[in-house]
Design a protein around this ligand. Structure first.
Ligand SMILES: [Zn+2]
Ligand SMILES: [Zn+2]
Ligand SMILES: [Zn+2]
Length: 193
């Protein structure tokens, strides 16, 4: 069975493209499979801040660091994938057909138009923005990524532990529909890069 794990690194040199990164990483980690930047590759982005890069490896667990261009970069476990349009987990904004939901107050407008004086999470209805790292569903998704990419567990094992045994198998996922998307992206993540 093919094992593929995904991590990200920060502060990538702004004058390199993903192919150059991949070649440099391959010298010490031959299992590197793909590299892509998180932010769109534009000159203005690069001037503002050094980009982050997603890297996938044909390995069972993530390397702790990669070495390139004379220094080590810490390889971090990715955050759960979250839609910039509807704030749900498991897909990205450009694939989304749902109506926009404000990630601050959960109402039907875009975040930059928000005039609300309260926060409500689209995913758990809690009193925090949908992108909050305090959201129990966000924490669950992050834990699942850590179990899979750091500890080398299968997706089924990771989801079982992250949901504290509430989700033991795919067929039970309908109990928590909002989690289902995260689960799917979890399975497909490496393949989509
Ligand atoms: Zn969406
Ligand atoms: Zn709002
Ligand atoms: Zn929440």
């Amino acid at each position: 069975m093919l094992c593929r794990v995904v991590g990200f690194i920060r502060d990538v040199p702004y004058d390199k493209d993903p192919a150059q990164l991949k070649d440099a990483i391959r010298e010490t980690v031959p299992e590197v499979y793909s590299v892509r930047y998180v932010t769109e590759k534009t000159v203005s982005d690069y001037r503002r801040k050094k980009p982050c890069a997603f890297i996938s490896f044909d390995l069972r667990v993530l390397p702790l660091t990669v070495y390139m261009f004379g220094r080590h970069y810490e390889v971090q476990v990715p955050n759960p994938m979250q839609c910039a349009r509807c704030s749900k987990f498991g897909h990205q904004g450009k694939q989304c057909r749902a109506k926009p939901r404000c990630s601050i107050c959960s109402l039907g407008h875009e975040k930059h138009r928000c005039l609300s004086n309260f926060a409500q999470c689209v995913n758990c209805n809690g009193a925090h923005p949908s992108t909050s790292h305090e959201c129990p569903l966000w924490i669950q998704g992050k834990l699942m990524n850590e179990l899979r990419y750091r500890a080398g567990l299968t997706a089924e094992q990771a989801i079982n532990i992250a949901s504290e045994g509430k989700i033991a198998h795919k067929k039970h996922l309908f109990l928590k529909p909002e989690f289902f998307g995260t689960y799917k992206s979890f399975i497909n993540y490496g393949l989509r890069l």
